[in-house]
Design a protein around this ligand. Sequence first.
Ligand code: CS2
Length: 499
Amino acid sequence: MDKYIQLNQKNLSQIAATVSCPTYDRSKVSAGIVHIGIGGFHRAHQAYYADELLEKGGLPNWGICGVALLPFDDKIYQVLKSQDGLYTVMIKELNGSLSIKVIGSIVEYIFAPNNPLAVIKKMADPETRIISLTITEGGYNYDEATGEFIFENPNIQHDLTHPDAPKTIFGYLAQAFKLRKKEGIKGCTVQSCDNIQGNGDIAKKMVISYIKRAEPDLVEWVNFNISFPNSMVDRITPVTTIDDIKLLKDKTGIQDDWPVVCEPFKQWVIEDDFISERPAWEDVGVKFVEDVTPYEKMKLSLLNAGHSVLGVLGALMGYNTIDEAISNPAMNVFLRSFMDTEVTPVLLGLEGTNLRSYKDSLIKRFGNIYMKDQIDRICSESSAKIPIFILPTIQAQLRENGSIKYAAFLIAAWSIYSLGVDEKGKQLNINDAIKGELNKTAIASVNNPKLFLEIDNVFGNLKASKLFVKHYTNAYRNISKYGVEKCLIYINNKVQTND
Ligand code: CS2
């Protein structure tokens, strides 16, 4: 007999003897939220908050229906289905202890590629008052150079010609809104939970652009009936490994085929712009504000950008995890100087927030040795992340004639990283939607580093700044000649003469 207990509803009372489990009656919970993208982050963040709220006696009509949108999401769909939507969150505390909790807020799940109509109907259901998204930075389908929707995307072309069987979120939303309008069902809120500055505004702009082309008669209805609040979301959620699944089994006897691993810290700041009802998130620590912009900027340009610094430089140096990278003293000093010298001066509107302690806490969070947050995860899709996490800081500093040398160093390192080999000669595992273009341009840039900046849909018009190009080219030459670590020590000691 198997000595492990499979996680599912039937076994929940037995499992509750060992770990914290939902005490609310899940059979009474219905889905008021349809969520697209049931990956680790959603399950560590929004679904976790939803579980806490249900646990606190919140209304039972705020459960979640998880939609697996892409063909490769089949695995998470199968796991959730076989576990009745239940999964375990393993919180890796800074002192090495593990807090384990079974989450019960996901009560329905749909695999969209096999059942697109079910998704459209669910999104249009009067009980669905929120459609939330974690579709990644690249999922918003806009061109960095122009800020416009990319109609040439083959999946968008597919959705325009196959409205009943969409592949992208845009096709789904258009059809769901059309159905709502036709049946006289009132509007709902589309809530982006992705790391993008003005994530609600961008979601709105892209959805409207698509609808203007796909269903022009619907534009006005959407403008009046759908709201798109901006939000800042935060919880570091590494990719779950086989070792995590085994650790859970060994510690608790629970067989969970896809638990979530995350840090103890979590934060959610939202603009209170819900056209229909919303859960009382404030009862579980969510902060509602008039304008989320300063919080988003702070998080994206300190936490996410900090991750990119540790990720790209760390990858070149041969590190595998974020905590390893930040344990290098030169890296630690460089990161803090980047935050203090280049990011902090361009963060405005954060009166009342102690930025120094926020930065201190980030350094501690990055240094959590139990998380083993993979550098590969951080560097994945850098072509969508760098424009959001790093470029706004560079642009703001250029406007103010401020320092850009740390950020320019990072971009130079990313160009070298895109060659695909670390400083020890090991192949890098690069995952990026434009991996081929990055690699080709990186190779062409070896003798003319500036060429890399000509990837316009990543860098916009950055190449037009002579000052940036100068810092970037110097950094490129220095990294190529001396390696990252020596350069970091050099910069940290402020003895760079070619500045
Ligand atoms: C990371 C984020 O993807 C990344 O590059 O910076 O996933 C980060 O861990 C989360 O935004 C933390 O809230």
